[in-house]
Design a protein around this ligand. Sequence first.
Ligand code: B12
Length: 186
Amino acid sequence: MDYLARGAELRADARRPHPGATHAIVVGMHYGGREPSGPVARYARGDDYHEVMRERLRGFVPWLEAELGGPVDARPYVDSGPLLERDLAQRAGLGWFGKNTMLINPKHGSFFFLGALVVNVALPVDAPFMADHCGTCTRCLDACPTQAFTAPRVLDANRCISYLTIEHRGEIAPELAPLIGEWLSR
Ligand code: B12
């Protein structure tokens, strides 16, 4: 994940990647939290979410322009740029950082993608989500097959099945492979 280091400076301020940007509209999109788990992660079962969400965010711009009565310079982000999407989403009031590092919404849980439409128009700003509803619960930490969390809200990506099956090149360490089980073969 060298790409993370490359964008570090731009990520420090969500306005920087898109010159002129002042506000962000942050959205979530469900990806089947109620579907059964299985060898293929729920998020990967449908069409590529980057495309789907970017297209939907683009489709939102004409509506916004009509509402505001003028052109809006808007750029959609779905994993596509140096933007801290979870951080923005927390600041936009969508949820809190769970112990598994996912943004959790009190009504919708954590099985949703995040996307942002960065715009150059002043909009009313929602209050950030300040509560932490995790309490003493550690179910997500305990459930991780490879024990990838070194502490609550700290993920060792080198042990994360998602990292190992998407980003990692080469052989998977022999001590991790059995823990990944059938997910390795898909
Ligand atoms: C790299 C990456 C990964 C890596 C590393 C993930 C990690 N947790 O470090 C890997 C490949 C392992 C991965 C896996 C997954 N990912 Co991912 N990933 C990303 C990506 C592209 C960048 C995240 C990143 O590292 N940014 C750089 C660091 C510095 O930022 P950060 O981790 O967000 O943390 C900053 C802030 O959010 C904040 N912050 C974070 N935690 C906390 C906690 C507290 C208390 C506070 C105050 C602040 C704070 O401070 C940090 C520094 O500024 C984002 C998209 C994006 N552009 O944000 C998706 C993203 C985070 N992933 C997402 C998803 C869905 C997943 C998976 C569920 C996919 C899957 N089923 O396999 C798994 C979940 C694994 C897990 N438990 O985290 C979603 C999360 C949606 C949500 N509801 O939270 C995102 C937002 C993509 C999207 N557009 O929807 N992912």
